[in-house]
Design a protein around this ligand. Sequence first.
Ligand SMILES: [Mg+2]
Ligand SMILES: [Zn+2]
Length: 178
Amino acid sequence: MTKRFVLIDRDGTINVEKHYLSDPDQLELYPGVAAAIRRLNQMDLGVVVVTNQSGIARGYFDLARLDEIHTRLFTMLEAEGAAIDGLYICPHGPDEDCTCRKPLPGMVDQAVADHHFDPRRAFMIGDKEVDVELGHGVGAVSFLVRTGHGPQFVESTKADYVVDDLPAAVNVIEGLLK
Ligand SMILES: [Mg+2]
Ligand SMILES: [Zn+2]
């Protein structure tokens, strides 16, 4: 049996939504997020972050700055014993016709190629309907969180589960795997 994976959106799900976060010092984790990711590690689930970063295409920040943000993110998580197996970004804008901008599956395809998991046995957690659509598209169980932009999608979402936040999603996953 291959390891199961949890696919997690970044902004509004792991860290507090700031409009086009462009400064590592603006990075702020939601409460309980690091502990929740640590629990996924302990449950022997893979953890991958999939994030649309059109701020690159829009010229708000560059890839070097994005790297600094992710170095700080990893440091903050590691400080609480939480580890991420992979992080995938779409740097493109909506009109670039790329294959990786959520809800398109390019980032998940790449993660599957790198980590060899079955996306139909994965879980997808995010605060926007594009995250839910990505999850459905690859056959994963999908969670909409009420942090970030979540509240505006709660009424119409096609998510399998609507939960308060990432730690709540991890609670549900823990129950599903029992
Ligand atoms: Mg988000
Ligand atoms: Zn892309």
